[in-house]
Design a binder for this molecule. Sequence first.
Ligand code: SAH
Length: 251
Amino acid sequence: MDDLQLLIDLHIGGERQGPGSNAMTRRAMELAGLTPQTNLRIADIGCGTGAASLILAQDLKADIVAIDFLPDFLAELEARAESAGVSRHIKTLAASMDDLPFEDGAFDVIWSEGAIYNIGFETGLRNWHRYLKPGGVLAVSELTWLTRDRPEELTEHWTRAYSEVGLASEKIAQIEASGYEVMGYFPLPKDCWLDHYYRPLQQRCPELLRQHGESEEARALIDAEQAEIALYERNADYVSYGFYIGRKLPV
Ligand code: SAH
């Protein structure tokens, strides 16, 4: 059993595959000034099983392309879209976020929750810029330090896991340096980590173990997740995801 399959099995049953909530997706939509309008084209990059795509489809009736490199997640997204009655608004695309098949200016909105870190925040900002129309909106969430001073164990863990973790002021400067005007920033509240991500994930762990015959690999993955959760619980005042909203400058 490879590690990727284990990760898929752990995460596919989750409402989300990273911190977030429907309420905060809606808050970002509001800051982005998005309202239902005809022919709005949105790319949801690293969509997972579709937490954001489903809300965007329900609230905006937009045309959404939901992109992820894991076809299993996209199949789950399609089933959820069907149950929610929004499948006609969502097309899925199995592709890597560093090699997207879109024309320049193809989208009014690029959305990406808890996923841009896979190519790095700055690389994502710069590479995705061309897919937006001038004046188009970018809404991304990204691991962010809430304070300048932090417990050593926290800095040590996240710098090792994701070297680009930084303060909101640093992220905002990068957005400005990459051809966008900043429209808004807010940090995700704790319930986005605990109620909508970590607690449900913990509840799925026994099933994962059963499914994988109590394998050592499954046990090791669960132990690593538990350690990350405990680290978060000790340090929730110092780290979160930040939601960043920018507008592509007219060229
Ligand atoms: N946006 C979703 C999922 C976040 S988890 C949510 O908020 O719930 C990050 C997602 O990025 C996963 O679904 C993972 O499969 C996807 N991903 C990771 N690397 C990727 C890549 N190079 N190209 C496309 N998707 C990728």
